[in-house]
Design a protein around this ligand. Structure first.
Ligand code: VG1
Ligand code: CO
Length: 543
């Protein structure tokens, strides 16, 4: 075997976004593109010498090929051991767990998450650090810097590794262990939850549908729900990971998981519907006839977590991303524990979890997780719901209704405007930013502004500051509009508008969501002048 040092030159635009580097698959397949980014990552963490890493992905097109390249580069960079999922499959939370379980130095996750897959769709790479969590901003900044000065990459020359066989091989001084993707993760879930109670729930006739959306959670959900917990065969649908996710968007929301939504709103609805995304870190929860917004799901899980073994002793704190609704803050207040508000992206929860300040974390984008790993975890959220349902013996609708009666309801919806020309999207944000200092006290579409600012985050653990994390406008009566630009897209800009309206326990908690948000939506249109600036007021996706 020979290790090669291959000369290369910097490639523009290799800046990791909200969650890793995401580009069109063909871009990643271009000369040196993946190699430059992987080498920059090794350089940014001080070289791979003696390092041990987890490698795996969501099974999308180019996954296996990228893994072969990473294995060869890890060996040439001096890594001593790599664990890789069989057939290249590992969900994001499974990677996070394996890093922690083995006390490894980090992991490479090949995924563009909820973005579609295929040669003409999207690909991505995330690097997770030794705590199992997404690279924090200071590390992604170092990686990006390294991509700008790169002049060579290191790659070993050996035959492609057979990823289909579980077992151990040695190449270029590096041990490569191909492992079952599900085993360790399933053991963790069995340790966390009351599997006997959930088994009894299914045995009592409880029915469920889990839509894996042709993405990575299929094997996990089948093994755990059907294989161990006794859910009926066929509970898991679309359970085989496909390279193109069956040409769909593996994004668990009412739009992209419409077949599941339709079933749950029909007369044939099972007791629980759930779905997960490309890499298995997101979750959607739907009860019979009722969709649970991710913000509400976080709040309900927080309020009921003590019913599941790992959280019996109570929660240290609850963290949510800024655009997520205030529903979980109300639970934290009642429990007398801290509530944290972080920028969008799981990397900001890592310090809070490591420091023991937060136990549960969540994002409005269908991400929920806890201190059991350092990623959001789709199947974990589903199992926590199941554990709670098994104990409370009520329907999802009943639990939700009781929750609103206790805490009031934060009506919530996100509007996405996709593929907006970048200059127009920036103009809209600038236009809003300019108005912020003078907005308080003004009335927009009948709503009086109480606060208006651009969110910036001071990390209470390491003191780092993250600026420009979204524009937020608060209104009298508990409404809020937040504007931010997505950091996961691969084409043009996506404007996300997050709308929220609180209705207290004495108010109406049974309105239609969009009706409850009509005023704040009108105010958001007025203040942003979106009709003029981007020429549209109809979102592509409403979640
Ligand atoms: C989106 C979500 C954010 C999430 C991120 C990664 O980011 O809004 O909450 O953490 O995706 O999730 P953005 O910048 O496009 O709004 V995943 O499941 O794609 O790793
Ligand atoms: Co994801």
């Amino acid at each position: 075997m020979t290790s090669q040092i291959t000369p290369t030159t910097p490639i523009e635009g290799q800046m990791p976004g909200t969650s890793g580097l995401r580009k069109k698959t063909r871009v990643f397949m271009g000369p040196n593109y993946l190699e430059n980014f992987i080498q920059a990552t090794f350089d940014a963490i001080g070289g791979g010498d003696g390092g041990r890493y987890i490698v795996g992905g969501d099974g999308r097109f180019f996954n296996k090929q990228a893994i072969q390249t990473i294995l060869k580069m890890a060996a040439a960079n001096g890594a001593t051991e790599v664990i890789v999922g069989q057939n290249g499959i590992l969900s994001t939370p499974a990677v996070s767990h394996l890093i922690r379980l083995n006390a490894f130095d980090g992991g490479f996750i090949l995924s563009a998450s909820h973005n579609p897959g295929g040669i003409d769709e999207d690909f991505g790479v995330k690097f997770n650090a030794s705590n199992g969590g997404p690279a924090p901003e200071k590390l992604t900044a170092r990686i990006f810097d390294a991509t700008k000065t790169i002049s060579r990459y290191k790659i070993a020359d050996f035959e492609d590794v057979d990823l289909s066989q579980i077992g151990e091989t040695r190449q270029a001084g590096m041990v490569i262990r191909v492992v079952d993707p599900v085993d360790a993760y399933q053991a963790l879930m069995a340790e966390l939850f009351d599997f006997d109670a959930i088994r009894a729930l299914f045995a009592s006739g409880f029915t469920m549908r889990f839509d894996a959306m042709h993405a990575v959670t299929g094997p996990y959900a089948k093994a755990i729900l059907e294989g161990t917990l006794g859910a009926a065969p066929g509970t898991v649908v679309n359970g085989i990971p496909l390279e193109d996710f069956g040409k769909g968007h593996p994004d668990p929301n009412p739009i992209w998981a419409k077949p599941l939504m339709d079933l749950m709103m029909s007369d044939n609805a099972p007791d629980l519907g759930a779905a997960s995304d490309g890499d298995g870190d997101r979750n959607m929860i739907v009860g019979r006839g009722v969709y649970v917004t991710p913000s509400d799901s976080l709040a309900v899980l927080a309020a009921n977590a003590h019913l599941a073994p790992p959280y019996r002793g109570g929660l240290a704190g609850i963290a949510r991303s800024m655009p997520t609704s205030a529903a979980s803050d109300r639970v934290a207040e009642k429990l007398g524990i801290a509530a944290y508000e972080t920028p969008t992206g799981w990397k900001f929860f890592g310090n809070l979890l490591d420091a023991g300040k937060a136990t549960l974390c969540g994002e409005e984008s269908a991400g929920t997780g806890s201190n059991h790993v350092r990623e959001k975890d789709g199947l974990w959220a589903v199992l926590l719901w199941l554990n709670i349902l098994a104990v409370r013996k009520q329907s999802v609708a009943e639990i939700l209704a009781e929750h609103w009666q206790t805490y009031g309801r934060d009506y919530y919806s996100r509007y996405d405007f996709e593929a907006v020309a970048s200059d127009k999207a920036n103009r809209l944000m600038d236009h809003l930013r300019d108005q912020l200092p003078d907005l308080a006290g003004k009335t927009l579409a009948g709503l009086t502004v109480t606060t208006a600012d651009e969110f910036s985050y001071l990390d209470p653990v390491d003191g780092s500051i993250s600026k420009n994390q979204g524009l937020r406008i608060g209104f009298e009566g508990g409404a809020r509009a937040v504007f931010r630009l997505s950091g996961t897209g691969t084409e043009g800009a996506t404007i996300r508008l997050y709308l929220e309206q609180y209705s207290g326990t004495d108010g109406d908690t049974t309105q239609d969501t969009q009706a409850a948000l009509a005023d704040v939506w009108a105010a958001a249109q007025q203040v942003s002048d979106m009709a003029q600036i981007i020429g549209r007021t109809t979102p592509d996706v409403i979640t």
